[in-house]
Design a protein around this ligand. Structure first.
Ligand SMILES: [Zn+2]
Length: 256
């Protein structure tokens, strides 16, 4: 299995990161991908990836919730990392109008700039989107044919899934939300999303799956996501593992 989205560099893992990593390996997690948040987290992302070579891989990006009036000057130093280090994706980037809509235009501009980085460096994008699909598509549609990546943390409707799947170079990232009692994903996914378009993730330390809901999430819990997918797609766990891993490798083509 691959956990395609974990904030393993977060301070909440400082006390026991080695144990977290050992538990992930023990349940069969083969790789973990780390999305960046802003200019202050890059060193931490790179540090964890250097400590676990061949296992953890870094992304570079500016999270939409971090975008403010100074985003242009904050983005500048980030771009220099693209030529000095190797990243497997641009992320996480996107649109988030859930809590705050003040920087709607700025979020769109920041996303557009970073999509251009992705094109320039031939990298996939890790897209975060909350309450902002129209605004997201406004930015992405000119790049629809060339761009590849993951729509991370998918929790939408059938209609939204269909619109996202039109982006043929993209996978949908499914995490612990699929195990939540009120989630509609167990109906939405099998009816419109083929398994060939799904990658697994945890988004740890957030969004712990049942039965760990409310606790700190970690990569080993991607197994709970796999088990739920095996139930809703009615196939063996080994098939879920194999197909979603293959899908991840297809999108993250820069993986060494
Ligand atoms: Zn995230």
């Amino acid at each position: 299995m691959i956990d395609t989205h974990s904030h393993l560099y977060d301070k909440v893992f400082d006390v026991d990161r080695a144990e977290v990593m050992a538990r992930a390996k023990a349940v069969g997690v083969e790789k973990i991908f780390l999305p960046n948040e802003d200019e202050t987290t890059i060193e931490a992302v790179l540090h964890v990836c250097e400590e676990y070579p061949g296992y953890c891989y870094p992304m570079l990006g500016f999270h939409p919730e971090c975008v403010d009036a100074r985003f242009r000057e904050r983005l500048l130093p980030m771009k220099t990392f693209l030529s000095s280090h190797s990243f497997i994706a641009i992320g996480e980037v996107g649109m988030d109008l859930y809590w705050d809509q003040t920087f709607r235009k700025e979020q769109q501009e920041a996303l557009d700039i970073q999509v251009q980085w992705a094109m320039e460096y031939d990298l996939p994008v890790m897209i975060h989107c909350r309450k902002a699909y129209p605004e997201l598509f406004e930015v992405l549609s000119p790049y629809q044919k060339q761009l590849t990546g993951v729509f991370h943390c998918f929790e939408g409707t059938e209609k939204e899934a269909e619109a996202l799947l039109e982006y043929e170079g993209f996978m949908l990232g499914v995490n612990g939300i699929v195990t939540f009692k009120k989630s509609t994903l167990p109906q939405v996914l099998p009816s419109v999303v083929p398994l060939s378009r799904i990658v697994m993730e945890t988004d740890s330390p957030y969004l712990s799956p049942v039965p760990f809901r409310g606790k700190r999430n970690e990569s080993s819990y991607v197994r709970q996501v796999a088990m739920k997918l095996s139930e809703i797609y009615q196939c063996d766990l080994s098939e879920i593992d194999a197909v979603t891993t293959k899908n991840a490798i297809k999108v993250f083509k820069r993986l060494p």
